[in-house]
Design a protein around this ligand. Structure first.
Ligand code: AGP
Length: 615
């Protein structure tokens, strides 16, 4: 996700900010920029691509100045281009601003500002902020810091913001809501700000973590740092001593990126549906595919093409869309689809699911579908990726960069998008009542907190992992939309611990795999409350009768499975359609701990690449 760095003090700001941006490169980004106050001028340099691009470009100029802000952008609204890169500047060139987060109501704010004569240069939600601050500053005749505070009352969404103005050459203002922002207290009366402490730790270990809806005003001529809430009440800064070293900081204090990304899922699922549903008003909408909803409803069928984990998400999507919207869905391995001369024409809609947006087989499958006249849509995590660029339309998952090769938060984000898609189509087609829709939307909004509750079982799951870390094989079973979860759980174990594992529909076990069952075969079963619960319990008993070991994922409070399984992992009750979002989490953690105990390279497993851009 985006990275923020800023400096105000006696040092030359540009080298400090640039080095700080390099410290944040691990977060993943696609463009970078800086703004500096130098000799009374506001200098802004920004480039698509790597920080080194920006450095080469900016070094052509005479850059001095003691206040600077810098940003690495992970595109959410608008392609990764020079224009869309931050900082964004007010029309009169006095205020520069950088932002990490999503402004949900940017559309309405943008329209209002355009009506007042503002001219937008970029496609970003962020640019709305700088024009809004300028507008308020001029209307209310207040300085830009006060205008920023007032502006935040009109903003819905998540933000970490830093702004400077050439009219106030000794001041810097920052604000935070849902997106982290840290203030480092320098040793020479100077201050460092960043999205996390990694750009700060080499200068100081004294930090203040801004809380939600807090504003930091740093004025070198008047008392340095002051904190306010957006109601303008002054607050005492709580200065903490940084304990973590740099390397640990980049992983957010987690041992591996994969674990960090597993724990990011409450936030990434929330970011995925943020601004795309409103339970109280009873609407759900994927803006990116809105004009294709009729096409999808009238389609001969929806064909989902994907690979690996994304293919598993597609299978969950099949259950969701067919069950809720009653539209025919087929899910295909992209690598098979592209070579089997499929029957596809203009009556079909082909949907590619891809975290990277660069997977060669998925891209080729789309190109084939396009050549046969189909409508092609995309569900991607990387803005501006190849798949997102060739599709007619699509939706971004907003999961933030996924660094670990084993996909975790991207999977749950893809399933979230597919749930939103199914509900959108069901509402449009009238296959869901308004009250049922309300119930589903409310349940979807409760998922992030329920994921947090599942994550609290990490210690219990780690203890179970220790019992099975030395097995050679494992079987994963599920029914209904938990069958793809079984496949995904097996893939996770395979790809990071190198243990052979198979996912199977639970009922299929008696058609062969049951021959594998003995006391050395752990069987991981998703046995949550739902239509097929009793049948899954029977499958568990079949395994137990052959001395197989059962580790069951059950609904909180389950007592029946608990009596027959060797281990149970509880997840909160939820609508059966949304069980995959919760049941996947324990399997991610289980695989992670087993891989760590086997001393495997969790973030970069052998033989694997994060994006398979070759056939
Ligand atoms: C999943 O953990 C793997 N990293 C792999 O299966 C991945 O899902 C697959 O290569 C598809 O990648 P994509 O989502 O970027 O297209």
């Amino acid at each position: 996700m985006c990275g923020i760095v800023a400096y105000i003090g006696k040092k030359n700001a540009f080298p400090v900010v640039l080095k700080g941006l390099k410290r944040l490169e691990y977060r993943g980004y696609d463009s970078a920029g800086v703004a500096l106050l130098s000799k009374g001028n506001l200098l802004v340099y920004k480039k698509a691509g790597k920080v080194s691009n920006l450095e080469d470009y900016a070094n052509q100029f005479d850059i001095s100045g003691h206040i600077g802000i810098g940003h690495t952008r992970w595109a959410t609204h608008g392609l990764p281009t020079d224009i869309n890169a931050h900082p964004h500047v007010s029309m009169d060139g006095t205020i520069a601003l950088i932002h990490n987060g999503i402004i949900e109501n940017y559309d309405s704010l943008r329209k209002e500002l355009i009506n007042q004569g503002y001219v937008f240069k970029s496609e970003t939600d962020t640019e709305v902020l700088v024009h809004l601050i300028d507008n308020i500053s001029k209307k209310e005749k207040v300085w830009f810091g006060e205008a920023l505070r007032i502006a935040l009352h009109y903003v819905i969404g998540a933000y970490a913001i830093v702004a400077i103005s050439k009219d106030y050459p000794n001041r810097l203002v920052a604000a935070r809501k849902s997106s982290p922002l840290v203030v480092g207290i320098g040793t020479e009366g100077d201050f460092y700000l960043a999205s996390d402490a990694s750009p700060i730790v080499e200068y100081t270990k004294q930090v203040v973590y801004l809380n939600d809806e807090e504003i930091a005003v740093i004025d070198l001529e008047n008392d340095g740092l002051k904190l306010y809430n957006i109601g303008d009440q002054q607050k005492t800064p709580y200065i903490q001593q940084l304990e973590l070293e740099l390397e640990a900081l980049e992983k957010g204090g987690y041992e591996h990126f994969m674990l960090k990304e597993i724990y990011e899922q409450p936030r990434s699922i929330l970011d995925c549906f943020r601004g795309r549903l409103n339970t109280n008003e009873g609407w759900v909408s994927l803006r990116g595919i809105r004009e294709y909803e009729d096409k999808m409803i009238q389609a001969n069928r929806l064909v989902i093409v994907a690979c690996g984990t994304s293919w598993h998400a597609g299978l969950v999507g099949e259950y969701l869309i067919e069950d809720l919207a009653r539209i025919n869905v087929e899910v295909e391995y992209a690598s098979e689809f592209r070579y089997r001369n499929p029957i596809i024409d203009e009556r079909d809609v082909v949907i590619a699911i891809s975290q990277s947006g660069e997977t060669a087989d998925t891209l080729a499958a789309l190109e084939l579908a396009k050549s046969k006249g189909a409508t092609i849509l995309g569900i991607c995590n990387v803005v501006g990726s190849s798949i997102s660029r060739i599709t007619d339309a699509g939706s971004y998952t907003h999961a933030g960069p996924e660094i670990g090769v084993a996909s975790t938060k991207a999977f749950t984000a893809q399933v979230t998008i597919l749930a939103l898609m199914a509900l959108t189509l069901a509402q449009k087609k009238g296959t869901i009542t308004q009250s049922a829709l309300h119930t589903m939307l409310a349940e979807l909004e409760s998922i992030p907190n329920k994921v947090k509750r599942v994550l609290e079982s990490n210690g219990h799951i780690e203890r179970i992992a220790a019992q099975y870390k030395d097995v050679s094989n494992a079987l994963y079973l599920g029914r209904g939309n938990s069958f793809p979860v079984a496949l995904e759980g097996a893939l996770k174990l395979k790809e990071i611990s190198y243990i052979h594992a198979e996912g199977y529909p639970a009922a299929e076990m008696k058609h062969g795999p049951i021959a594998l069952i003995d006391e050395n075969m752990p069987v991981f079963v998703i046995a949550t409350q739902g239509n097929s619960y009793e049948k899954v319990v029977s499958n568990i008993q079949e395994v137990k009768a052959r001395k197989g070991k059962i580790i069951a994922i059950v609904t909180e409070g389950d007592i029946h499975v608990r009596e027959i399984a060797d281990e149970v992992i509880e997840i909160p009750e939820t609508n059966e359609c949304l069980v995959p979002l919760l049941a996947t989490i324990p399997l991610q953690l289980l695989s992670y701990h087993i891989a760590v105990m086997r001393q495997c390279n969790v973030d970069q497993p052998r033989n694997l690449a994060k994006s398979v851009t070759v056939e």
